[in-house]
Design a protein around this ligand. Sequence first.
Ligand code: SAH
Length: 352
Amino acid sequence: MERFGQLLDELEERGGLPREKWLYLLAHPEKPFRELAAEKARTLTLARFREGVYVRGLVEFSNCCANDCFYCGIRRSNPKLERYRLDEEEMLECCEKGYRYGFRTFVFQSGEDPLWGCERLCGLVRRVRERFPDCAVTLSVGELAEEEYKRLYEAGADRYLLRHESADPEHYAMIHPPRQKLATRMACLEALKRIGFQTGCGFMVGTPGQELKHIACDMEFMSRFRPHMIGIGPFIPHRDTPFGKEKCGSGELTLLLLSLCRIMQPEVLLPATTALGTLLPDGREQGVLAGANVIMPDISPAEVRKLYSLYDNKAACDPGTAGILHSDLAKKLEAIGRHVVIGRGDFGERSC
Ligand code: SAH
């Protein structure tokens, strides 16, 4: 326990660790260790953000995808999935509703849908920024050319989420088909940051073939890259994928990793993810108590939510119809001494 505590201090001071020290921390996800990390992470979170938790309205606007990630239920080679795609008007309606509920960031996420190309996305971003000038727009639509990212940024998109999925080339190749390359993903992340996006990377915990050395590699990468946002959630199998019979990732290790990310980079925007909320009944609250400070409720139309099926039994995080401040989520956060913040919640904001 003493060595574990010393390594947490070193991580805080240096913003990173050598490989063998990461491996030591990652090998200790048990409660007493995790609690020590969580306590330190909570102190840092409160110092930086006080009791505020940022909320983002998530619009899952298309489950059509040209990619074939082995873990993902909306992969191209899943013939069982009914596909859908929202249009501009439907998305603006989601935002309209989201705005009334209190959201000031909209996250547009989809598969890599060829019919929602860069031009069309730019048009959408412009309309949303015009109609809701006090809101931030986050995109999460996969790999594009640098030129396209630039056009989206110029159209008014503020943030971009693109999980790196695995920073180890061999492990990356175990969970993706050969034509999807880690080098491409990394080049995209570099481009996004260069252009000026608040940039998010991240990975799943417990994907098939993942070992602690791979997670150490992810942490080393993030320590160098210094993303503005980090998305980490447990892997959860989807029955109609090649990994359909694999085990779920560990919730405990996910929670430890959230704390380690907070300690490594106290100012990072760190969501308690839907996957964590799916794996553990009170996963979102536990995530916040481990150092997360962002929650992303789904504001997509109810009819399509089940179809955006990345994994089985995806938990609902419905903002309700009474506004986010009066939602179940707000009550759950209040029960752990936190509250929802109404605002864009940009990277670098000091406190709520
Ligand atoms: N097409 C976009 C959005 C992908 S879905 C992109 O490429 O960025 C968003 C994230 O969900 C993925 O980055 C992945 O990390 C996560 N995800 C996909 N399948 C999952 C599964 N089976 N369990 C847990 N998370 C999953």
